[in-house]
Ligand binder design. Structure first.
Ligand code: GUN
Length: 286
């Protein structure tokens, strides 16, 4: 059987490390790192994510500053809130929960966040830094995926990595991180021809297409490591809802290691957010 990579346990370890770093910052400066979480409107999934982010801040001793705005907030009002948070020295990280309600333009909003406070790593300056391998804040989900891979892979050099999904939040930044480790990276997506054949050549498969059970057993070669980023809520015939990943996990017994859904990548994303907030606070102090 494939080993299960336990994202809950690895995230808990990271959260513990972050708590210690926060305590050290407080001891030295008297000021806890602060994370502003901006939620516009009341998308149900976003409410759940934001609640988890704030709860994890509390658990590690980060001050969270929750700013909720109505769905009919104007672009100008949202940009002026970003300006206010950029200027506030007690705010070290700014996170604007996506998606924003129409007609707000998320690119304009993300571009306004000071790159040094951009704990999501979505600002073009941080995207550019990642693409040139020159530091900067790295998006939380791809960072979490790399930490899960690090549990089972020591030497990435020359490995074939296939990323399924080309989003700015996961697929593209993850491809850059794998490239930085000297993998041979193939970025694919839902329109890719012969996707199964391409995936079957991979030593590392990362499924981030948001397509339930897309990756079947015959797509994965013996001994490959599979990271499942997908998380789709499905309603079964009995009316119960469950979370389904992008991989048919029950067909992946021949893989070397796989991540479960839930309990794989999900907990890592939030742990990496608090880790990034501590990074931002530490850099601000220097
Ligand atoms: N919506 C879905 N994923 C994310 C994320 O990583 N960050 C933010 N801000 N919004 C999201």
């Amino acid at each position: 059987m494939a080993d299960l990579i336990n994202g809950r346990a690895i995230a808990a370890r990271l959260v513990r490390d972050v708590s210690e770093q926060v305590a050290a910052i407080v001891a030295q400066s008297g000021l806890a790192p602060g994370l502003a979480v901006v939620l516009v409107g009341s998308d149900a999934a976003s409410e759940v994510y934001v609640a988890r982010k704030i709860e994890t801040c509390r658990a590690v001793g980060i001050r969270s500053i929750e700013r909720r705005l109505p769905a009919d907030t104007s672009q100008a009002e949202l940009l002026s809130l970003i300006d206010e948070l950029n200027a506030d020295p007690t705010v070290h990280g700014i996170l604007v929960q996506l998606p924003l309600p129409a007609p707000l333009d998320s690119n304009l909003v993300l571009d306004r966040i000071k790159p040094a406070k951009d704990v999501d790593g979505f600002h073009p300056v941080n995207v550019g830094r990642l693409s040139t391998g020159t530091g900067g804040l790295v998006p939380c989900t791809p960072l979490g995926c790399m930490m899960l891979l690090d549990e089972v892979i020591d030497d990435y050099r020359g490995l074939n990595a296939v990323v399924i999904g080309k989003s700015n939040i996961v697929g593209k930044p993850l491809a850059l991180l794998l490239l930085e480790r000297e993998c041979t990276v193939t970025v694919t997506h839902i329109e890719t021809r012969d996707l199964a054949d391409i995936a079957r050549r991979a030593d590392i498969v990362v499924a981030a297409a948001g397509a339930p059970r897309l990756v079947r057993g015959y797509w994965v070669k013996e001994g490959a490591v599979v990271i499942d980023v997908g998380i789709t809520r499905m309603t079964a015939a009995d009316g119960k809802t469950k979370l389904v990943g992008d991989c048919a996990t029950d067909e992946l017994g021949h893989a070397r290691a796989i991540t479960p859904v839930p309990g794989g990548v999900g907990p890592m994303t939030i742990a990496c957010l608090v880790a990034n907030t501590v990074c931002a606070a530490t850099l601000a102090a220097h």
